[in-house]
Design a protein around this ligand. Structure first.
Ligand code: ZN
Length: 116
């Protein structure tokens, strides 16, 4: 009896010690890496481009909509303030002041934008 107990004890200690130590950290972090890999930031140009829509998984050619950005409004406002009212609409025709928003033609979901 005594010999068996002595044999069992060190084995139990050996087994239980690393187990109780490893289990809490294993269950605690819900692997934050997997969340990041789902969102893939795609670099968009000002022209439509081929890609796979992340929402409907269809190989598409993006639909581009040109929208003036905040910088455009700011420049137009500043031109007005400076007395160049006739030049105020100019930023809206400048390519560098326009955001090109990309949409999926299949499900029309917003995919991203390019700022020049
Ligand atoms: Zn889509």
């Amino acid at each position: 009896m005594e010999i068996e107990m002595e044999k069992m004890d060190p084995q139990l200690n050996y087994m239980s010690a690393p187990y109780s130590y490893q289990q809490p950290p294993l269950s605690m972090p819900p692997s934050p890496h997997t969340v990041r890999t789902i969102i893939m930031p795609t670099a968009f140009s000002k022209e439509n481009q081929r890609m796979t829509c992340p929402r409907c998984n269809v190989d598409i050619n993006t639909r581009v909509e040109s929208v003036p950005n905040m910088k455009t409004h700011l420049i137009a406002f500043l031109l007005c303030v400076c007395g160049c009212c006739c030049c105020a609409p100019c930023p809206y025709f400048m390519d560098s002041c326009i955001i090109h928003k990309h949409y999926c033609p299949a499900c029309s979901s917003y995919l991203g934008e390019s700022i020049n």
